[in-house]
Design a protein around this ligand. Structure first.
Ligand code: PHE
Length: 432
Protein backbone atom coordinates (compact mmCIF):
# COMPACT_ATOMS: atom_id res chain seq x y z
CA UNK A 1 0.00 0.00 0.00
CA UNK A 2 2.54 2.50 -1.16
CA UNK A 3 1.60 6.15 -1.10
CA UNK A 4 3.38 8.78 -3.07
CA UNK A 5 2.72 12.37 -3.91
CA UNK A 6 2.03 14.11 -7.12
CA UNK A 7 2.33 17.82 -7.79
CA UNK A 8 0.05 19.85 -10.05
CA UNK A 9 0.66 23.57 -10.53
CA UNK A 10 2.19 23.94 -7.08
CA UNK A 11 -0.33 21.82 -5.16
CA UNK A 12 0.71 18.44 -3.75
CA UNK A 13 -1.65 15.48 -3.78
CA UNK A 14 -1.27 12.17 -1.93
CA UNK A 15 -2.02 9.45 -4.42
CA UNK A 16 -4.48 6.68 -3.60
CA UNK A 17 -6.50 3.96 -5.31
CA UNK A 18 -8.38 6.64 -7.29
CA UNK A 19 -5.27 8.17 -8.87
CA UNK A 20 -5.26 7.57 -12.62
CA UNK A 21 -3.83 10.81 -14.06
CA UNK A 22 -0.81 9.61 -16.03
CA UNK A 23 2.59 11.34 -16.30
CA UNK A 24 1.83 12.20 -19.92
CA UNK A 25 -1.47 13.86 -19.07
CA UNK A 26 0.11 15.75 -16.19
CA UNK A 27 2.83 16.98 -18.53
CA UNK A 28 0.14 18.76 -20.55
CA UNK A 29 -1.21 20.66 -17.55
CA UNK A 30 0.13 24.19 -17.80
CA UNK A 31 0.64 24.23 -21.57
CA UNK A 32 -2.25 26.74 -21.53
CA UNK A 33 -2.96 26.90 -25.26
CA UNK A 34 -5.92 29.16 -24.50
CA UNK A 35 -3.57 31.75 -23.02
CA UNK A 36 -1.41 31.92 -26.12
CA UNK A 37 -2.75 34.81 -28.28
CA UNK A 38 -0.97 33.41 -31.35
CA UNK A 39 -2.40 29.90 -31.09
CA UNK A 40 -5.67 28.90 -32.82
CA UNK A 41 -7.30 28.12 -29.45
CA UNK A 42 -6.19 31.47 -28.02
CA UNK A 43 -7.30 33.29 -31.17
CA UNK A 44 -10.76 31.72 -31.01
CA UNK A 45 -11.02 32.59 -27.33
CA UNK A 46 -10.17 36.24 -28.05
CA UNK A 47 -12.66 36.36 -30.90
CA UNK A 48 -15.43 35.36 -28.48
CA UNK A 49 -14.23 37.50 -25.58
CA UNK A 50 -13.83 40.57 -27.78
CA UNK A 51 -17.42 40.21 -28.94
CA UNK A 52 -18.76 40.18 -25.37
CA UNK A 53 -16.32 42.56 -23.69
CA UNK A 54 -18.12 45.63 -22.38
CA UNK A 55 -21.46 43.81 -22.17
CA UNK A 56 -21.39 43.05 -18.45
CA UNK A 57 -19.28 39.91 -18.39
CA UNK A 58 -16.21 39.29 -16.23
CA UNK A 59 -13.61 37.25 -18.12
CA UNK A 60 -11.94 34.49 -16.10
CA UNK A 61 -9.01 32.79 -17.82
CA UNK A 62 -6.65 31.85 -15.01
CA UNK A 63 -8.57 29.26 -13.03
CA UNK A 64 -6.47 26.15 -12.44
CA UNK A 65 -7.63 22.79 -13.86
CA UNK A 66 -6.88 20.86 -10.66
CA UNK A 67 -10.14 21.07 -8.75
CA UNK A 68 -12.06 19.05 -6.18
CA UNK A 69 -14.65 16.37 -6.84
CA UNK A 70 -16.98 18.67 -4.94
CA UNK A 71 -16.49 21.53 -7.40
CA UNK A 72 -16.59 19.41 -10.53
CA UNK A 73 -19.56 17.20 -9.59
CA UNK A 74 -21.17 17.49 -6.12
CA UNK A 75 -22.00 21.17 -6.07
CA UNK A 76 -23.58 20.85 -9.52
CA UNK A 77 -25.91 18.11 -8.36
CA UNK A 78 -24.34 15.18 -10.26
CA UNK A 79 -25.94 11.99 -8.95
CA UNK A 80 -23.60 9.60 -7.11
CA UNK A 81 -23.81 7.05 -9.94
CA UNK A 82 -23.36 9.47 -12.89
CA UNK A 83 -20.96 7.96 -15.47
CA UNK A 84 -18.99 11.19 -15.60
CA UNK A 85 -17.70 10.38 -12.13
CA UNK A 86 -16.23 7.03 -13.12
CA UNK A 87 -12.51 6.39 -13.26
CA UNK A 88 -12.89 5.25 -16.85
CA UNK A 89 -14.06 8.72 -17.92
CA UNK A 90 -12.22 11.08 -15.61
CA UNK A 91 -8.63 11.76 -14.57
CA UNK A 92 -8.41 11.62 -10.80
CA UNK A 93 -5.47 13.02 -8.82
CA UNK A 94 -6.86 11.16 -5.82
CA UNK A 95 -10.26 10.34 -4.31
CA UNK A 96 -11.13 13.98 -3.61
CA UNK A 97 -9.32 15.81 -6.42
CA UNK A 98 -9.32 15.61 -10.20
CA UNK A 99 -8.50 17.39 -13.43
CA UNK A 100 -11.69 19.29 -14.27
CA UNK A 101 -13.85 17.60 -16.88
CA UNK A 102 -15.58 20.88 -17.71
CA UNK A 103 -15.35 24.58 -16.93
CA UNK A 104 -18.67 24.25 -15.08
CA UNK A 105 -16.43 23.19 -12.18
CA UNK A 106 -16.02 26.93 -11.55
CA UNK A 107 -19.66 28.00 -11.76
CA UNK A 108 -20.06 28.02 -8.00
CA UNK A 109 -16.89 30.02 -7.40
CA UNK A 110 -17.58 32.51 -10.21
CA UNK A 111 -21.20 33.05 -9.20
CA UNK A 112 -19.83 33.78 -5.70
CA UNK A 113 -17.05 36.18 -6.71
CA UNK A 114 -18.33 37.83 -9.87
CA UNK A 115 -19.24 41.52 -9.51
CA UNK A 116 -20.83 41.88 -12.95
CA UNK A 117 -24.18 40.44 -14.14
CA UNK A 118 -22.35 37.70 -16.04
CA UNK A 119 -19.05 35.98 -16.65
CA UNK A 120 -17.07 33.92 -19.10
CA UNK A 121 -14.54 31.25 -18.11
CA UNK A 122 -11.96 29.79 -20.46
CA UNK A 123 -9.85 26.79 -19.56
CA UNK A 124 -8.35 23.43 -20.42
CA UNK A 125 -10.48 20.39 -19.52
CA UNK A 126 -9.56 16.71 -19.29
CA UNK A 127 -11.46 13.58 -20.23
CA UNK A 128 -10.47 9.97 -20.79
CA UNK A 129 -11.78 9.16 -24.22
CA UNK A 130 -11.22 7.39 -27.50
CA UNK A 131 -8.38 8.32 -29.86
CA UNK A 132 -9.07 9.76 -33.29
CA UNK A 133 -8.68 12.95 -35.32
CA UNK A 134 -11.16 14.93 -33.21
CA UNK A 135 -10.56 13.47 -29.74
CA UNK A 136 -7.72 14.38 -27.45
CA UNK A 137 -7.67 13.87 -23.66
CA UNK A 138 -7.22 17.61 -23.15
CA UNK A 139 -9.43 20.17 -24.83
CA UNK A 140 -10.74 23.65 -24.09
CA UNK A 141 -14.05 25.08 -23.07
CA UNK A 142 -15.62 28.46 -22.71
CA UNK A 143 -18.31 28.79 -20.09
CA UNK A 144 -20.73 31.68 -19.90
CA UNK A 145 -23.37 32.70 -17.38
CA UNK A 146 -25.72 35.58 -16.62
CA UNK A 147 -27.67 36.39 -13.45
CA UNK A 148 -30.63 38.61 -12.58
CA UNK A 149 -31.16 39.25 -8.86
CA UNK A 150 -34.82 39.69 -7.99
CA UNK A 151 -33.85 41.91 -5.07
CA UNK A 152 -32.45 44.51 -7.46
CA UNK A 153 -35.97 45.27 -8.71
CA UNK A 154 -39.05 46.79 -7.08
CA UNK A 155 -41.30 44.00 -8.24
CA UNK A 156 -41.64 41.13 -10.69
CA UNK A 157 -42.87 43.41 -13.43
CA UNK A 158 -39.76 45.55 -13.26
CA UNK A 159 -37.54 42.47 -13.31
CA UNK A 160 -39.28 41.12 -16.39
CA UNK A 161 -39.04 44.50 -18.11
CA UNK A 162 -35.29 44.52 -17.45
CA UNK A 163 -34.72 41.05 -18.89
CA UNK A 164 -36.82 42.01 -21.92
CA UNK A 165 -34.71 45.16 -22.35
CA UNK A 166 -31.55 43.03 -22.10
CA UNK A 167 -32.91 40.74 -24.81
CA UNK A 168 -33.81 43.70 -27.02
CA UNK A 169 -30.24 44.99 -26.66
CA UNK A 170 -28.84 41.84 -28.29
CA UNK A 171 -28.40 42.45 -32.02
CA UNK A 172 -30.38 40.31 -34.44
CA UNK A 173 -28.46 37.75 -36.44
CA UNK A 174 -29.14 36.37 -39.95
CA UNK A 175 -29.25 32.80 -38.67
CA UNK A 176 -32.03 30.50 -39.76
CA UNK A 177 -33.26 29.18 -36.42
CA UNK A 178 -35.25 26.07 -35.68
CA UNK A 179 -36.37 25.84 -32.06
CA UNK A 180 -38.02 22.78 -30.54
CA UNK A 181 -38.99 24.70 -27.38
CA UNK A 182 -39.03 22.36 -24.41
CA UNK A 183 -40.93 19.31 -23.32
CA UNK A 184 -42.77 20.27 -20.11
CA UNK A 185 -42.40 16.73 -18.77
CA UNK A 186 -38.96 15.58 -19.92
CA UNK A 187 -37.30 18.97 -19.76
CA UNK A 188 -39.44 21.12 -17.48
CA UNK A 189 -38.88 24.61 -16.19
CA UNK A 190 -38.17 24.80 -12.47
CA UNK A 191 -40.87 25.69 -9.96
CA UNK A 192 -38.92 28.57 -8.45
CA UNK A 193 -39.08 30.44 -11.76
CA UNK A 194 -42.33 31.83 -13.08
CA UNK A 195 -43.41 30.91 -16.59
CA UNK A 196 -42.45 34.42 -17.80
CA UNK A 197 -39.07 34.32 -16.06
CA UNK A 198 -38.17 30.96 -17.57
CA UNK A 199 -39.30 32.14 -20.95
CA UNK A 200 -37.32 35.40 -20.88
CA UNK A 201 -34.15 33.96 -19.32
CA UNK A 202 -34.16 31.21 -21.95
CA UNK A 203 -34.64 33.73 -24.73
CA UNK A 204 -31.74 35.80 -23.46
CA UNK A 205 -29.61 32.66 -23.27
CA UNK A 206 -30.47 31.53 -26.77
CA UNK A 207 -30.04 34.97 -28.39
CA UNK A 208 -26.65 35.30 -26.67
CA UNK A 209 -25.39 31.94 -27.93
CA UNK A 210 -26.75 32.68 -31.39
CA UNK A 211 -24.66 35.86 -31.47
CA UNK A 212 -21.61 33.86 -30.41
CA UNK A 213 -22.19 31.19 -33.05
CA UNK A 214 -22.91 33.84 -35.69
CA UNK A 215 -19.61 35.63 -35.02
CA UNK A 216 -17.55 32.46 -34.97
CA UNK A 217 -19.01 30.73 -38.01
CA UNK A 218 -19.09 33.85 -40.13
CA UNK A 219 -15.40 34.23 -39.40
CA UNK A 220 -14.93 30.64 -40.50
CA UNK A 221 -16.66 31.42 -43.79
CA UNK A 222 -14.60 34.55 -44.33
CA UNK A 223 -11.38 32.65 -43.74
CA UNK A 224 -12.39 29.86 -46.12
CA UNK A 225 -13.30 32.36 -48.85
CA UNK A 226 -10.06 34.28 -48.38
CA UNK A 227 -8.13 31.09 -48.83
CA UNK A 228 -9.78 30.69 -52.25
CA UNK A 229 -12.53 28.20 -51.46
CA UNK A 230 -15.67 28.59 -53.54
CA UNK A 231 -17.73 25.85 -51.93
CA UNK A 232 -21.46 26.41 -51.99
CA UNK A 233 -22.08 26.42 -48.24
CA UNK A 234 -20.01 29.59 -48.00
CA UNK A 235 -22.78 31.59 -49.66
CA UNK A 236 -25.71 30.06 -47.81
CA UNK A 237 -27.12 31.61 -44.64
CA UNK A 238 -26.10 29.77 -41.50
CA UNK A 239 -28.68 27.33 -40.12
CA UNK A 240 -28.92 26.31 -36.46
CA UNK A 241 -31.34 24.32 -34.34
CA UNK A 242 -32.06 24.08 -30.64
CA UNK A 243 -32.49 20.54 -29.36
CA UNK A 244 -33.30 19.41 -25.85
CA UNK A 245 -30.58 18.19 -23.55
CA UNK A 246 -30.07 17.16 -19.96
CA UNK A 247 -27.53 18.50 -17.44
CA UNK A 248 -27.76 17.95 -13.68
CA UNK A 249 -27.37 21.66 -12.93
CA UNK A 250 -29.65 23.29 -15.52
CA UNK A 251 -33.37 22.99 -16.36
CA UNK A 252 -34.68 23.29 -18.92
CA UNK A 253 -31.54 22.46 -20.92
CA UNK A 254 -30.65 22.59 -24.58
CA UNK A 255 -27.90 22.05 -27.05
CA UNK A 256 -27.32 24.21 -30.10
CA UNK A 257 -26.47 22.44 -33.33
CA UNK A 258 -25.01 24.21 -36.34
CA UNK A 259 -25.50 22.97 -39.91
CA UNK A 260 -21.98 22.93 -41.33
CA UNK A 261 -20.79 21.23 -44.52
CA UNK A 262 -23.75 18.90 -44.62
CA UNK A 263 -23.96 17.81 -41.01
CA UNK A 264 -25.38 18.96 -37.69
CA UNK A 265 -22.55 19.91 -35.40
CA UNK A 266 -23.23 19.72 -31.66
CA UNK A 267 -21.73 22.88 -30.28
CA UNK A 268 -22.77 23.93 -26.89
CA UNK A 269 -24.83 22.75 -23.91
CA UNK A 270 -26.80 25.23 -21.88
CA UNK A 271 -29.84 25.93 -19.76
CA UNK A 272 -31.47 27.83 -16.93
CA UNK A 273 -29.35 27.31 -13.82
CA UNK A 274 -30.89 25.08 -11.17
CA UNK A 275 -31.90 26.54 -7.84
CA UNK A 276 -29.52 24.23 -5.98
CA UNK A 277 -26.48 25.80 -7.68
CA UNK A 278 -27.73 29.34 -7.13
CA UNK A 279 -28.44 28.63 -3.46
CA UNK A 280 -24.95 27.18 -3.03
CA UNK A 281 -23.58 30.42 -4.49
CA UNK A 282 -25.52 32.76 -2.20
CA UNK A 283 -27.81 33.73 -5.08
CA UNK A 284 -30.92 32.42 -3.42
CA UNK A 285 -33.28 35.01 -4.85
CA UNK A 286 -31.90 35.07 -8.37
CA UNK A 287 -32.44 33.56 -11.80
CA UNK A 288 -29.68 32.74 -14.26
CA UNK A 289 -28.55 30.89 -17.35
CA UNK A 290 -25.28 29.11 -18.17
CA UNK A 291 -23.66 27.52 -21.21
CA UNK A 292 -20.46 25.68 -22.07
CA UNK A 293 -18.91 25.50 -25.52
CA UNK A 294 -16.03 23.30 -26.68
CA UNK A 295 -13.39 25.32 -28.52
CA UNK A 296 -11.16 22.72 -30.17
CA UNK A 297 -13.54 21.31 -32.76
CA UNK A 298 -14.68 24.78 -33.72
CA UNK A 299 -11.06 25.93 -34.00
CA UNK A 300 -10.42 22.94 -36.29
CA UNK A 301 -13.15 24.21 -38.63
CA UNK A 302 -12.14 27.83 -38.38
CA UNK A 303 -8.49 27.19 -39.15
CA UNK A 304 -8.90 24.13 -41.37
CA UNK A 305 -6.92 21.93 -38.97
CA UNK A 306 -7.22 18.27 -40.02
CA UNK A 307 -6.08 16.60 -36.80
CA UNK A 308 -6.56 17.76 -33.20
CA UNK A 309 -3.01 16.64 -32.29
CA UNK A 310 -1.68 19.59 -34.30
CA UNK A 311 -2.81 21.99 -31.57
CA UNK A 312 -0.17 20.43 -29.32
CA UNK A 313 2.60 20.49 -31.89
CA UNK A 314 5.65 22.58 -31.10
CA UNK A 315 6.82 22.43 -34.71
CA UNK A 316 7.63 25.91 -36.00
CA UNK A 317 5.93 25.08 -39.28
CA UNK A 318 2.68 24.86 -37.33
CA UNK A 319 3.13 27.54 -34.69
CA UNK A 320 4.39 30.23 -37.02
CA UNK A 321 1.30 30.07 -39.23
CA UNK A 322 -0.93 31.77 -36.67
CA UNK A 323 -1.00 35.39 -35.56
CA UNK A 324 -3.02 37.22 -32.93
CA UNK A 325 -6.57 38.17 -34.00
CA UNK A 326 -6.21 36.55 -37.42
CA UNK A 327 -8.06 33.57 -38.72
CA UNK A 328 -6.16 31.88 -41.50
CA UNK A 329 -6.51 28.47 -43.07
CA UNK A 330 -3.76 26.04 -42.07
CA UNK A 331 -1.33 25.15 -44.85
CA UNK A 332 -0.22 21.54 -44.42
CA UNK A 333 3.55 21.30 -44.57
CA UNK A 334 3.51 17.70 -45.63
CA UNK A 335 1.61 14.58 -44.79
CA UNK A 336 3.92 11.99 -43.33
CA UNK A 337 3.12 8.35 -44.03
CA UNK A 338 1.55 6.29 -41.29
CA UNK A 339 1.69 2.66 -40.34
CA UNK A 340 -0.87 0.28 -38.87
CA UNK A 341 -0.61 -2.36 -36.12
CA UNK A 342 -3.42 -4.70 -35.13
CA UNK A 343 -3.61 -5.92 -31.55
CA UNK A 344 -5.76 -9.05 -31.10
CA UNK A 345 -6.48 -10.75 -27.79
CA UNK A 346 -8.78 -12.95 -25.74
CA UNK A 347 -10.46 -11.23 -22.82
CA UNK A 348 -9.66 -12.56 -19.35
CA UNK A 349 -12.08 -14.51 -17.17
CA UNK A 350 -13.02 -13.59 -13.61
CA UNK A 351 -13.20 -16.06 -10.68
CA UNK A 352 -16.69 -17.16 -11.66
CA UNK A 353 -15.57 -17.80 -15.20
CA UNK A 354 -17.26 -14.77 -16.73
CA UNK A 355 -15.38 -12.79 -19.34
CA UNK A 356 -14.24 -9.41 -18.12
CA UNK A 357 -14.54 -6.44 -20.35
CA UNK A 358 -11.53 -4.28 -20.88
CA UNK A 359 -12.76 -0.68 -20.83
CA UNK A 360 -11.91 0.87 -24.16
CA UNK A 361 -10.61 4.03 -22.46
CA UNK A 362 -8.14 1.95 -20.45
CA UNK A 363 -6.73 0.50 -23.64
CA UNK A 364 -6.62 3.97 -25.22
CA UNK A 365 -4.68 5.24 -22.23
CA UNK A 366 -1.95 2.61 -22.55
CA UNK A 367 -1.56 3.29 -26.26
CA UNK A 368 -1.48 7.03 -25.62
CA UNK A 369 1.05 6.71 -22.81
CA UNK A 370 3.45 4.68 -24.96
CA UNK A 371 3.01 6.43 -28.30
CA UNK A 372 2.21 10.01 -27.27
CA UNK A 373 1.18 12.10 -30.25
CA UNK A 374 2.44 9.47 -32.70
CA UNK A 375 -0.90 7.68 -32.39
CA UNK A 376 -3.50 9.02 -34.79
CA UNK A 377 -6.42 6.73 -34.02
CA UNK A 378 -7.39 3.47 -32.34
CA UNK A 379 -10.44 1.52 -33.47
CA UNK A 380 -12.12 -1.72 -32.48
CA UNK A 381 -12.20 -3.48 -35.86
CA UNK A 382 -13.25 -7.00 -34.93
CA UNK A 383 -14.98 -8.80 -32.12
CA UNK A 384 -16.26 -12.37 -31.85
CA UNK A 385 -16.94 -15.22 -29.45
CA UNK A 386 -15.34 -18.61 -30.06
CA UNK A 387 -18.22 -21.02 -30.85
CA UNK A 388 -16.78 -23.89 -28.74
CA UNK A 389 -14.87 -22.31 -25.84
CA UNK A 390 -17.08 -19.22 -25.63
CA UNK A 391 -13.90 -17.19 -25.32
CA UNK A 392 -14.26 -13.58 -26.39
CA UNK A 393 -11.84 -11.96 -28.81
CA UNK A 394 -11.22 -8.33 -29.76
CA UNK A 395 -8.97 -6.73 -32.35
CA UNK A 396 -7.97 -3.09 -32.12
CA UNK A 397 -6.33 -1.31 -35.03
CA UNK A 398 -3.76 1.29 -34.04
CA UNK A 399 -2.84 3.89 -36.65
CA UNK A 400 0.55 5.43 -36.00
CA UNK A 401 1.48 8.62 -37.79
CA UNK A 402 3.41 11.74 -36.93
CA UNK A 403 2.27 15.24 -37.83
CA UNK A 404 5.83 16.52 -37.99
CA UNK A 405 8.24 13.86 -39.23
CA UNK A 406 8.80 10.39 -40.63
CA UNK A 407 8.47 7.53 -38.20
CA UNK A 408 10.57 4.36 -38.29
CA UNK A 409 9.34 0.79 -38.05
CA UNK A 410 11.69 0.14 -35.16
CA UNK A 411 10.33 2.90 -32.96
CA UNK A 412 6.74 1.93 -33.70
CA UNK A 413 7.43 -1.75 -33.05
CA UNK A 414 8.94 -1.03 -29.69
CA UNK A 415 6.01 1.22 -28.67
CA UNK A 416 3.50 -1.31 -29.87
CA UNK A 417 5.28 -4.17 -28.07
CA UNK A 418 5.24 -2.19 -24.86
CA UNK A 419 1.52 -1.60 -25.24
CA UNK A 420 0.93 -5.33 -25.84
CA UNK A 421 3.02 -6.26 -22.78
CA UNK A 422 1.18 -3.80 -20.56
CA UNK A 423 -2.21 -5.04 -21.70
CA UNK A 424 -1.13 -8.48 -20.53
CA UNK A 425 0.41 -7.37 -17.23
CA UNK A 426 -2.28 -4.85 -16.24
CA UNK A 427 -5.46 -6.46 -17.56
CA UNK A 428 -4.63 -10.13 -17.89
CA UNK A 429 -5.62 -10.37 -21.54
CA UNK A 430 -4.24 -13.20 -23.63
CA UNK A 431 -2.60 -12.07 -26.87
CA UNK A 432 -3.59 -13.94 -29.99
N1 PHE B 1 -20.36 21.58 -18.93
C1 PHE B 1 -21.23 21.09 -19.97
C2 PHE B 1 -20.39 20.14 -20.86
O1 PHE B 1 -19.20 20.05 -20.69
C3 PHE B 1 -21.81 22.20 -20.80
C4 PHE B 1 -22.75 23.07 -20.03
C5 PHE B 1 -22.30 24.21 -19.37
C6 PHE B 1 -24.10 22.77 -19.95
C7 PHE B 1 -23.17 25.02 -18.66
C8 PHE B 1 -24.97 23.56 -19.26
C9 PHE B 1 -24.51 24.70 -18.61
O2 PHE B 1 -20.93 19.47 -21.72
Amino acid sequence: NEQSTLEVLGTKYKTDEWTNATPRILSLVGRDLHKNPNHPIGILRSLIENRFNGHGYTMYGDLKPNVTVHENFDVLGFPEDHVGRSKSDTYYLNKKNLLRTHTSAHENECFLTCKTPGYFICGDVYRRDEIDRTHYPVFHQMEGARVWKRDDYKNEEELLAKIQADIDAIPKTDLIVEDVGYDPIENPKQDFMTEREADLVSQHLKRTIEVLVDVVFNEAKKAAKLSGSTEEYLNEPLKIRWVEAYFPWTAPSWEIEVWWKGEWLECCGCGDVRKLVLDNSKLDNSIAWAFGIGLDRIAMLLFGIPDIRLFWSTDKRFIQQFKQNQISIFKPYSKYPGTVRDISFWLPKDEEGKFLKLHENDLMEIVRENAGDLVESVKLVDEFSHPKTGKHSQTYRVNYQSMDRNITNDEINSMNDKTRDELVSKYGIQLR
